[in-house]
Design a protein around this ligand. Sequence first.
Ligand code: F6P
Length: 320
Amino acid sequence: MNILAVVSGGDAPGINAALFHLSRLVESNDDVLYGASGGFLGLLNEQIVELSPTLLMPTIGSGGSYLPSSREPVLNGVSRRAKIKSILEKYAIDGIVLFGGDGTMRHVLPIVSVMAVPCIGIPTTIDNDVPGTDETLGFDSACNYAISAIDGILATAYGLPGRGFVVETLGGRSGILALQIAQAVGAHAVLLPEYDFDEQWLVDRLRQALDKFQHALLVYGEGIASSRTLIDTLHSNHHLRLRDTRLGHAQRGSRPSYRDRWLANEMMDLVYQAFADGIQYGVVVIHDGRLRLSETDIAHLPPKMPDRNRYERINDLHSS
Ligand code: F6P
């Protein structure tokens, strides 16, 4: 078999480990693993490299992606799709393994129908917002990175009491990442793009925490409407002085955790077996801790939302 790996959209920790495991499976079965360098744009420009375990071994402990990704919406044009189809034919590609988030997973089915090549999607994003799966590759590492950073913040909060801290996580328009992190670190308040909040409520909540614990911790997802002005507003309107930390892209490029490396391995076992069995289409999903190949088209699933109950519990909204 000739298998092609494509990474599209935001990279995530665990991609390198997955590429390594797949390359090892491929090599031991005398197959070939190619990679598109630069996502679908790289594929369109025939930037294709051959991948091997020797090449990839040094990368398994790194975040990012050995195969550069791209956010270019290349597959929208008819002539571009035709060109990609001819490149896939030239390299005699028997299957595409596609890494990416929600938007990328929507291309899996069209690739199979338009390019006539089997395609398996690997939901890969630190945001964990791909519908139809409990967990995406990269999410666990991004949570661990944030937890470790916030542990440091809390250490200094105890060391020099009386201050309020605010931490912004990545996550785009989804608050799932911020919510899970807030729960894990015992934040006093969490703000998410999906749920509105009242400014005075937030001020009271942070002041109560300061009184009771001698520090206050707010975690919010970068997609909240007021993310760029929140700290200044709380200071100027309410004289609440807060120290802020933006985890930014250091979070996305963080080291892959044990769980993400394990997931990467299990996912690639499934993918390789699926191609060997002649399966045409699927997305690797996780439900209740079990991995399987799903044929559900995620384009038809509702958006994944952060758990409202958990949000209300952290913010103590049930009792207010
Ligand atoms: O890949 C997901 C993500 O990291 C989001 O969490 C974030 O909002 C976005 O990508 C950032 O995208 P870019 O790197 O293009 O600025």
